[in-house]
Design a protein around this ligand. Structure first.
Ligand code: GLN
Length: 451
């Protein structure tokens, strides 16, 4: 049924870069056969899923939305891919994304933009716009995203779906193509809080192949999702998450959510987190710095595309020609910014200062979580904007991540779930819930209560 749905609508939506029809059917039949033999089935047996094209899949294309990986077939599965297979999930295919996960609209994909199923002229968020659009257009009930600065939560918010950035280190990054390694985190996307929890449990857990993976039990997310409640909880509202740049309808729906939390028995606490105002600036130094280093591996020798290798050019020339042809403008912009910020003489002023701000933001969270159990905010300042509107204005695009970035810098957990439609445009608004590190279960407890 989902393959038929993909066939019917994806020409318009462009959520998928690759549909693995044969593989998905074979996997579904294998699950049926297991069931018939009375064998023990995985926890998500037979449930179809759309996988962001940033996770390696053995023998299935993995492009990361870039021309530079065109034609590359990974020789191994990411840990997350392996876990999905072990859970008996049916992987439908790979979803569209901003190139190397850099963007907030999926317009930076080398393979064309994805449409927002609520209005195909609007962006589905980014970088995981393919995954969020696949959910919102009922092409898949589950999807996987990655969140470096908001790429799970912002797409969830603008498509009326649920997305969770687990605690940094909660889900293995092994086989997830690196953008900014100290921020990157894979996580679950779904249409309900419980579905997200079931997927979260299937993909999380310690992985010795990822040196930043946390060696501790997975927080009890499914139990929390089944027992939604905010009774007696202290919920923080951060002063810095409103004001200029926020759409009136977004603030209206957010304020109603805060009222609902009160009605359900939560105590609301006003919080001041002054360093959050600096988060965007710090992020746009740290993320490009790490990207400039991570993307050095695309040298035309190891993977995918190779341009100009005609026997007359040096290896260096082939590398330069390949990177020139293979990377899009946003990726090049970030490599240049990052290389500059890391260069001798500028390192202390840019990268060094950004790291100090990162520490201040972490401290703001620590202080906040001495007073509250969770923090709530709008997920994004505005609803989905028109495709093309911010494409030539990187600064305007970067503002989409105003509320999501502090969490990535501090490494704690956050969820976005739908909280109604904005009255002015009828488009979905996202409510963000933020929890301390390794307290991911609180997201689900609160999310299930207000869903
Ligand atoms: N939009 C942000 C960026 O462009 C976040 C991306 C992400 O989370 N992968 O960097």
């Amino acid at each position: 049924a989902h393959l038929a749905r993909i066939e019917a609508v994806d020409e318009k939506v462009n959520a998928f870069l690759h549909v693995d029809r044969e593989g998905a059917l074979a996997q579904a039949r294998a699950v049926d056969a297991k069931r018939a033999r009375g064998e023990k089935l995985g926890p998500l047996a037979g449930v179809p899923l759309a996988l962001k094209d940033i996770f390696t899949t053995e023998g299935m294309p993995t492009t990361v939305g870039s021309k530079i990986l065109e034609g590359w077939l990974p020789p191994y599965d990411a840990t997350l891919t392996k876990k999905l297979k072990a859970a008996d999930v049916v992987i439908l295919g790979k979803t569209n994304m901003d190139e190397f996960a850099m963007g907030s609209s999926t317009e930076n994909s080398a393979y064309g933009p994805t449409g927002n199923p609520w209005d195909l002229t609007k962006i589905p968020g980014g970088s995981g716009g393919g995954s969020s659009a696949a959910l919102a257009s009922f092409q898949a009930p589950l999807a996987i995203g990655t969140d470096t600065g908001g790429s799970i939560r912002q797409p969830a918010a603008v498509t009326g779906t649920v997305g969770v950035k687990p605690t940094y280190g909660g889900v293995s990054r092994y086989g997830m193509v690196a953008f900014s390694s100290s921020l990157d985190q894979g996580g679950p996307c779904a249409r309900t809080v419980l579905d997200a929890a079931l997927l979260h449990e299937a993909i999380a857990g310690h992985d010795p192949l990822d040196s930043t993976s946390i060696d501790a039990p997975v927080p009890p997310v499914v139990e929390a999702a089944r027992n939604g409640s905010v009774e007696g909880m202290r919920v923080g509202v951060v002063k810095q998450f409103r004001g200029e740049g926020y759409q009136a309808g977004v603030i209206q729906r957010f304020d109603e959510s805060v009222e609902l939390l009160k009605e359900l028995g939560a105590e609301i606490v006003e919080l001041d987190c002054p360093s959050f105002d600096l988060a965007l600036s710090a992020y746009y130094l740290i993320a490009p710095s790490e990207c400039s280093s991570n993307l050095a591996r695309f040298d035309a020798m190891r993977y995918g595309l190779r341009v100009g290798d005609d026997g007359t050019k040096s290896a260096e020339e082939v590398t330069a020609l390949t990177r020139e042809a293979g990377f899009g403008p946003e990726v090049k912009r970030r490599i240049m910014l990052g290389t500059y910020a890391l260069s001798s003489g500028y390192y202390d002023a840019y990268y060094g200062s950004a790291q100090k701000v990162r520490t201040l933001i972490t401290r703001d969270f620590e202080k906040a979580f001495e007073q509250v159990d969770v923090i709530v905010s709008p997920t994004t300042p505005t609803t989905a904007f028109p495709i093309g509107e911010r494409a030539d204005d990187p600064m305007a695009m970067y503002l989409a991540d105003l509320c999501t970035i502090p969490t990535n810098l501090a490494g704690n957990a956050a969820m976005s779930l739908p909280c109604g439609l904005a009255p002015e445009d009828g488009l979905p608004v996202g409510l963000q819930i933020i929890a301390p590190a390794m307290k991911d279960d609180r997201l689900y407890k609160v999310g299930a209560a207000v869903e």
